[in-house]
Design a protein. Structure first.
Lengths: 351, 115
């Protein structure tokens, strides 16, 4: 299978590629600076940062934020879509065992599982219009993050960075904390056909404690910074020479840009991940030290005085634990928009 | 770190992440520095070769092609600049310079990707 660039390089003795090289050079001249420089949007922005919590394995929406009164009415009745669940016996509708009530001035329907969150109902915006057509985890995860499970498309963070750039040039504009290696892996925070410098940067590894999450190899204990810069200049000279010969190669540009960003990150990152200079109130507010989440998102969101604040999308996995009698594992996706089918295996709930 | 394709998905071309953590690995990890040191020693053991010939040998070993004139010149300039700036004995400065050169070769996009 050829990429479009390979096609242009090979067909008609590469004349198409000459044209592309010319176009790219013009574009580069017009753009001028780094691909991560901030750009104005079409609207005046109100949000400054996005923290995207991808909480896989969470409880069903019908038990938490999606109130389905018709489901309670139809409880126990035979579902029309047979054969789509696990096991061979008849599939019936199953209502939520949790009570819903309305909260705040907006009257949001929130289940009894979130009494504290419900108090903040007027600060929340609930979007109950989500739809999926994927029954398996990896395809669904990729659909969630990129908008398509069939085609390889850029992640939402990559689009944001592509469109808006980042104010802070010393740190990556799109980071992901302890991302999963399965369920789609790097595709969830990839840049697909966008330039490679818009990918998400990984901090930490799946399964590690988030408190230990650090960018790997951020410091060099064996050579001084001056020497390191000299070696880096040599590598970059080699890479740039290659780029001159192959102007339209955005992977090469990604490599070059990644080295420069890496060098700047060495200075900025260790200070950023260190929360010891935050006040105790701040630490408590963000839950630093408490439980699985450990508030590690905090330092990345609010970059302290020495640095300029950056716009970034953060994507993170959390294990989600429900009330005392219920411990839900991976939730299978429900395909029926109106109702939910009872399943017997994956969710582990008594029926 | 250098991503494996998920077998349950349409992946198309395997993701080629080219982000800062990979650059940091190639710049700072003990593994890469050790390997660069080993290659540098191998090159310096060839005492009958001139420096320019060693540069050529390094290119052949790492990138499977000879070095052209520009690349040879660049390598020699790098040694001169490095050796001058390090206040150590000539031998350790030389090993350090060659280690740096080998590390740079490992860091090139050409070494990382098949074009």
């Amino acid at each position: 299978m050829f990429s479009r660039r390979e096609l242009l390089q090979n067909v008609s003795c590469g004349f198409g590629y000459l044209a592309l090289a010319g176009l790219c050079a013009e574009q580069a001249r017009a753009a001028g600076d780094s691909p991560l420089a901030p750009r104005a949007g079409h609207f005046k922005p109100r949000a400054k940062r996005v923290i995207f919590l991808f909480m896989q394995g969470g409880p069903s929406h019908v038990d938490t934020f999606d109130y389905k009164p018709q489901l309670a009415v139809d409880d126990g009745k035979t579902a029309p879509h047979q054969g789509q669940g696990f096991g061979s016996s008849k599939q019936t509708w199953k209502k939520s065992p949790f009570k819903f009530s309305q909260h705040g001035e907006g009257g949001l329907h929130i289940s009894e599982l979130f009494p504290h969150l419900a108090e903040r109902a007027d600060d929340l915006c609930l979007l109950n219009g989500m739809f999926t057509d994927q029954p398996i985890h990896s395809a669904a995860s990729v659909l969630m993050h990129t908008g398509s499970s069939q085609f390889v498309r850029p992640s939402v963070g990559a689009w944001t960075l592509y469109g808006l750039g980042s104010k802070n040039q010393e740190l990556p504009g799109f980071i992901t904390l302890n991302p999963a290696t399965k369920i789609g892996g790097a595709q969830n925070y990839g840049s697909a056909f966008l330039p490679a410098s818009f990918q998400g940067t990984r901090i930490g590894n799946e399964g590690e404690k988030i408190a230990k999450a650090q960018v790997a190899h951020i410091t060099n204990t064996r050579i001084a910074v001056g020497e390191q810069r000299r070696r880096l200049d040599l590598v970059q000279a080699m890479n740039r020479r290659r780029l001159e010969a192959d102007v339209a190669n955005n992977e090469l540009e990604g490599v070059i840009e990644s080295y420069e960003l890496a060098f700047r990150m060495q200075g900025a990152m260790p200070k950023l991940m260190d929360v010891t200079d935050e006040t105790q109130t701040t630490l408590e507010q963000y839950g630093v030290g408490a439980g699985p989440s450990d508030g590690r998102v905090r330092p990345l969101v609010s970059v302290g005085p020495p640095f300029r604040r950056g716009r970034r999308a953060v994507h993170r996995d959390l294990a989600f634990r429900l009330g005392p009698t219920q411990r839900l594992g991976q939730a299978a996706f429900r395909t029926c928009p109106g109702h939910r089918q009872a399943d017997r295996g994956a969710v582990g709930r008594p029926r | 770190m250098f991503d494996v394709a998920d077998p349950s998905l349409v992946v198309g071309r395997r993701e080629v992440t080219t982000v800062a953590p990979q650059a940091l690995f190639l710049m700072n990890s003990g593994f890469v520095l050790d390997q660069a040191g080993v290659l540098a020693e191998q090159l310096l053991e060839q005492t009958e070769l001139s420096d320019a010939e060693r540069v050529d040998l390094a290119y052949r070993l790492v990138l499977a092609r000879p070095a052209d004139d520009v690349e040879r010149r660049e390598g020699l300039d790098f040694f001169a600049a490095t050796s001058n700036s390090l206040g150590r004995t000539p031998l350790t400065a030389r090993i350090s310079a060659w280690t740096g050169f080998c590390q740079a070769l490992f860091g090139t996009a050409e070494f990382r990707y098949v074009y």
